[in-house]
Design a protein around this ligand. Structure first.
Ligand code: ATP
Ligand code: MG
Length: 449
C-alpha cells in the first residue's frame, strides 16, 4: 500500500476523552472512530488488525477441529424465554420490537441459538463430539462503556460451543479449548494467563478466564510468579489426544492464578511469599463447561449407545476479538506509539523515502516495494512529499515492527537502513539483504536467483 493513496487519518492531538494508552493510540493512529457511546467504526488500519486477529483465531480453531458457522445478530426472544434467560439477563440485553410487535434482541451471546441448531439436526451419539463456533458482533448495553474497544457496547467476539455425550468428553473439549487458546494468544504476541474464574450468568462449575497483565486492566489478579515463565511455544499437540490436552491444562493451571472473584486467602497463603504477585489484568477470553444446563432447558437430546435419550453435555468458549486490539497495545507500546507483534501487524514493514522526487531514492523504494509485494508481503510505502521527521513519527505511531529507510546518501554507498520498532536499533545493509531479512522474519521463502 502506498500511503499517498491510503486512508490513514492520523491525529496530532491526543483526544481528551481517551483515558488509557490503547484508546489514545487507536484514535491517534486512525484505527477507529466512535460512532456513539461504546460503538465504533473500524477504519482501514484498525480493520486490518481486526482481520489479522480473526485469521489467527480461524486457523487455530481449525487446528483443534472446531467448525465455523455464522449466526444472526438479531434473535427472537422465544428461545431466550425457553432457557429462562430473557428475564435473567437484565438491562445489558438490547431488546427490540419489530413491526409485528414481536420481541427481538441483539445477541449478547448465543448458547440458545446454537442449541436450537443442534437439537434440530443431531439425533445420535454417533454425530458427537461436535464443536461449532462463530466470530460475530455482540451487543451488551454496558452501564459504563469505556476505554475504547476494551469495553464497548457493540463488540466482536469469537464464541464457540461444544456438544458431547458425556461429562468426560465435554471436559476433554474444555481442555482442548484451553490448549487451543494458549496457542492462539501466543501467536498474537500475548501472554494470556488462564485463571480460575466465576461462572456469572452463563453458569457452570468449570471456568477459566484468560488474562493479559496490564496496569490498566479492570480485574484484580493474584498469581504465583512461576506462571509467567510458562510458554506454550512450538510444541506439537494432537487435539484428539485426551492425555496430552490434560497434561497441558495441568501444567498451565496447577499454580495459583485467580481473579478477585475467586481469590481465596487460605489457599493463597500456601504460595511462597516471594512468589506471590498481585496485579491488574485484562480479560481476553473465557471458557466454560456447564453440563446439561441448556440442553435440558431446550431439550437437546441424543440417543446413546443403549438407545436411551440423554441431554448432551455442553460448554462455551469466548475470545474478545475487538478487545484484543486494546489488550495487545496495552501490552506492547512506548511513548511514541504502538509496537505491533509480527503476528498481527497491519503491514509487515514500512518503507520511508527520505527524499521523495529524487530519482534514485524513488527507484530504490519502488524496487523494494515490488520485491516485498512479490514475496506475498505487505509493505506500507510512505511516498508522501513530507519531511523525514513527520514520516518517522507516523511510522512510530502506527507501530509497524520493521522500517526500511531509503535516502540518497545511503544509496551512494549501496545501503538502506533497517530499523526495529521494538529496540530502535538500526542497521545499514544493501536493499536485497534488507528484503531477505524481512522475508526471514515472516517465514516467507525467497526464490533463488
Ligand atoms: P467482562 O467481565 O469483561 O464484562 P464477560 O465475562 O462478561 O466480560 P464473556 O461473556 O466471558 O464476557 O465474553 C467473552 C469475551 O468477550 C470476554 O473474555 C471479553 O474478552 C470479551 N468481552 C466481553 N464484554 C466485552 C465488552 N463489553 N467489550 C469488549 N469485549 C468484551
Ligand atoms: Mg468472561
Amino acid at each position: 500500500m502506498r500511503l499517498s493513496r491510503y486512508f490513514l487519518p492520523v491525529l496530532k492531538e491526543t483526544p481528551a476523552e481517551a483515558q488509557i494508552v490503547s484508546h489514545r493510540y487507536m484514535l491517534r493512529a486512525g484505527m477507529i472512530k466512535q460512532a456513539s457511546a461504546g460503538i465504533y467504526s473500524w477504519l482501514p488500519l484498525g480493520f486490518k488488525v481486526l482481520r489479522k486477529i480473526e485469521d489467527i483465531i480461524h486457523e487455530e480453531q481449525a487446528r483443534a477441529g472446531h467448525i465455523p458457522i455464522q449466526m444472526p445478530t438479531i434473535q427472537s426472544a422465544d428461545l431466550w424465554r425457553e432457557s429462562g434467560r430473557y428475564d435473567a439477563y437484565g438491562q445489558e440485553m438490547l431488546r427490540i420490537t419489530d413491526r409485528h410487535d414481536r420481541d427481538m434482541l441483539f445477541t449478547p451471546t448465543a448458547e440458545e441459538l446454537v442449541t436450537d441448531i443442534f437439537r434440530s439436526y443431531v439425533r445420535s451419539y454417533k454425530d458427537l463430539p461436535l464443536t461449532l463456533y462463530q466470530i460475530q458482533w455482540k451487543f451488551r448495553d454496558e452501564i459504563r462503556p469505556r476505554f475504547g474497544v476494551m469495553r464497548g457496547r457493540e463488540f466482536y467476539m469469537k464464541d464457540g460451543y461444544n456438544f458431547d455425550l458425556t461429562k468426560e468428553d465435554a471436559l476433554h473439549a474444555y481442555n482442548r479449548h484451553l490448549v487451543s487458546y494458549l496457542r492462539t494468544y501466543e501467536r498474537m504476541g500475548l501472554q494470556a494467563i488462564p485463571m480460575r474464574a466465576d461462572g456469572g450468568p452463563i453458569g457452570g462449575d468449570y471456568t477459566h478466564e484468560f488474562l493479559v497483565l496490564a496496569d490498566t486492566g479492570e480485574s484484580e489478579v493474584f498469581y504465583d510468579s512461576e506462571i509467567t515463565d510458562l510458554k506454550f511455544g512450538e510444541r506439537e499437540i494432537d487435539f484428539d489426544n485426551v492425555d496430552q490436552c490434560q497434561a497441558v491444562l495441568e501444567e498451565f493451571t496447577s499454580r495459583y492464578a485467580r481473579t478477585d472473584e475467586t481469590h481465596d486467602e487460605a489457599v493463597w497463603a500456601d504460595v511462597p511469599a516471594d512468589r506471590q504477585r498481585t496485579a491488574r489484568g485484562i480479560e481476553v477470553g473465557q471458557i466454560f463447561y456447564f453440563g446439561t444446563k441448556y440442553s435440558e432447558a431446550l431439550n437437546a437430546v441424543v440417543q446413546d449407545q443403549t438407545g436411551a435419550q440423554v441431554p448432551v453435555h455442553m460448554g462455551s468458549h469466548g475470545i474478545g476479538v475487538s478487545r484484543l486490539l486494546g489488550a495487545i497495545i496495552e501490552a506492547s507500546h512506548d511513548d511514541k506509539g504502538i509496537i505491533w507483534p509480527e503476528g498481527v501487524t497491519p503491514f509487515h514493514c514500512g518503507i520511508v523515502n527520505l527524499k521523495q522526487g529524487d530519482d534514485e531514492a524513488d527507484a530504490a523504494c519502488e524496487a523494494l516495494y515490488a520485491t516485498l509485494t512479490a514475496l506475498g508481503l505487505e509493505p506500507l510505502y510512505d511516498d508522501r512529499n513530507e519531511r523525514a521527521g513527520g514520516k518517522f513519527a507516523t511510522m512510530d505511531l502506527i507501530g509497524l515492527p520493521w522500517r526500511i529507510t531509503v535516502g540518497p546518501r545511503g544509496l551512494k554507498n549501496g545501503v538502506v537502513e533497517l530499523t526495529s520498532r521494538r529496540t530502535g536499533e538500526s542497521e545499514e545493509l544493501p536493499p536485497e539483504q534488507a528484503v531477505a531479512r524481512i522475508a526471514e522474519i515472516y517465514g516467507v521463502a525467497q526464490a533463488q536467483e
